[in-house]
Design a protein around this ligand. Structure first.
Ligand code: SF4
Length: 508
């Protein structure tokens, strides 16, 4: 892919129509795009795919895959974001192109670490599984031929000859079903999973796979290809990292969160310092509750904690004067005297409010940023407890917060599956006694806002899972915060400047 500058190419499609590249709505994404695209299109495609994958993640946890509700919700999201949603549509060239390009952009962004690769692979697999299941028999056949996975159908005569063996070796099929079902001869390398779990008949180096199991073969093949491709892409990262236009965008995407940035806060000055203890119990997400507790207990936080918690407090509405008073009061109860506080800490607090240095108004951290960057070390309290705490410690913490045992089990299951934000949503539901959180959690400040709205009776908990990966944008009260959720170069600049700000917080 080549990229053109934003100023010259705003929203222009730069390449001609390349319809012949996409004979099917479904793709294995074997060839990277070679056309020139504008940076604007690059960003918007990537953000839309990220939204789609977040919905895939949410649905995968909330619904049984391949059920009607799962399929309907996923199709709605595909339609809304203008990705291919119907195998038969002939005129979805633009959607297929967007699907292709956006997959490769996120592949670049999400190959950068083991965690990112695992998350991306899981969501892309689920998306592929759904799309494959929507193909008609003939389209499936065409697709398999296209990706060189066409398998030889077992003739009726051979099937009759082998029917007892097929029946005995294929769990879940009665003899009559064996007679009805098509079987395919598949090389053992392609049928490893079925072979390993003893779910197929093997003869002369071929697995005899019933039609209903072909999706397992295709998915396995896709998984192998994609996971290899991610490893290869990771190896080519140094050349991408040298592109100064691309790298900030890719970093932003991999830490991305598709919602308001909470840097503009309507509640400024509406929260008093005396309320913070009570709010930390009722309305803070676990990461901030943990930081608040640590601050109260030890009268100090190391710089990672001060950054994460300080910006969160700013986001919920603390004014600069309140922040200075809050931190000072707490720190001088510990080992820091007033003079040292003024010299060592007050400047950095003013800086984070845009009153010093470059006067940038800093943005509170999103969940993705907290989860993916700067993991806590010994003596640190920042990070996301669902991601960074030992499961046993997390369990004890949840017990001490009176979360019921069944809820703790659900949370730990989600954590085990690496669904950290969904674990946090479950924590919200349990602490607020609602059946369904009704929004997709992406930001600690969003957690706080939604909690306050719920506790003040400002909203009824929704019973339906929102299909959007970014449903809080639909709330009128938040729309004004950020009408364009797409990370822009200004977000990227803010990230760079945030790094600079961190330098001011180096004193532990
Ligand atoms: Fe905090 Fe987000 Fe982790 Fe929840 S998921 S604890 S809000 S970082």
């Amino acid at each position: 892919m080549e990229f053109s500058s934003r100023a010259r190419q705003k929203h222009l499609r730069l390449a001609g129509d390349r319809r012949e590249l996409y004979p099917h709505s479904l793709q294995f994404y074997l060839e990277p795009p070679t056309e020139t695209i504008s940076l604007v299109e690059f960003e918007s495609f990537a953000i839309d795919r990220l939204k789609l994958l977040k919905v895939v993640e949410n649905l995968g946890v909330s619904y049984v895959r391949n059920t009607d509700s799962y399929n309907t919700k996923l199709e709605n999201e595909l339609r809304k974001l203008k990705f291919p949603y119907r195998a038969l549509a002939e005129d979805d060239y633009e959607a297929r192109r967007k699907d292709h390009i956006s997959h490769f952009i996120l592949r670049l962004a999400y190959c950068q670490s083991e965690d990112l690769r695992r998350w991306f692979l899981q969501q892309e697999m689920d998306l592929f599984r759904y799309r494959f299941s929507q193909l008609t028999g003939s389209l499936m056949q065409k697709f398999l031929e296209h990706v060189n996975l066409s398998f030889e159908a077992v003739s009726e005569d051979l099937k009759t000859e082998l029917e007892n063996e097929l029946w005995a070796s294929t769990p879940g099929l009665s003899l009559s079903k064996v007679k009805e079902q098509m079987f395919y001869k598949v090389g053992l390398a392609d049928a490893v999973d079925l072979f390993r779990t003893r779910r197929v008949f093997i003869k002369d180096g071929f697995a005899y796979v019933p039609f209903k199991e072909i999706d397992a073969i295709v998915l396995n093949n896709y998984r192998t290809k994609l996971s290899r491709a991610l490893a290869l892409t990771a190896r080519s990262l140094p050349s991408t990292q040298s592109d100064e236009r691309l790298q900030p965008l890719l970093n932003h995407l991999s830490h991305s969160y598709v919602g308001p940035d909470y840097s503009v806060q309507k509640n400024t000055g509406k929260i008093s310092l005396e309320q913070i203890d009570a709010l930390s119990v009722k309305s803070f997400p676990l990461c901030m509750r943990q930081l608040h507790r640590a601050l109260r207990d030890s009268h100090h936080l190391r710089h990672g904690g001060r950054m994460q918690y300080g910006l969160f407090l700013k986001g919920i509405g603390l004014t600069l004067e309140q922040a200075l008073e809050f931190w000072k009061k707490e720190f001088i109860r510990g080992k820091v005297d007033a003079d040292k506080f003024e010299k060592g800490y007050a400047y950095s607090i003013r800086h984070s409010y845009g009153k010093e240095g470059k006067r940038t108004d800093y943005t509170p951290y999103s969940c993705m940023k907290i989860i993916m960057s700067n993991p806590p070390s010994q003596g640190d309290y920042h990070g996301c407890p669902f991601r960074h705490s030992d499961p046993e410690l997390l369990k004890q913490k949840l017990q001490s917060y009176k979360i019921p045992p069944s809820g703790i089990t659900q949370i730990l299951e989600l954590v085990k599956g690496m669904h950290y934000q969904l674990a946090c949503q479950k924590y919200f539901e349990l602490t607020h006694e609602v059946d369904d959180i009704g929004f997709s959690l992406n930001h600690p400040n969003q957690y706080f806002t939604e909690s306050q709205r719920l506790l003040s009776g400002g909203r009824e908990p929704k019973k339906e899972l929102s299909n959007s990966g970014n449903s809080q944008q639909k709330n009128n009260s938040q729309e004004s915060m950020n009408s364009n959720p797409t990370p822009t170069s200004s977000n990227t600049t803010a990230d760079t400047e945030l790094e600079e700000l961190e330098a001011y917080f180096t004193e532990d």
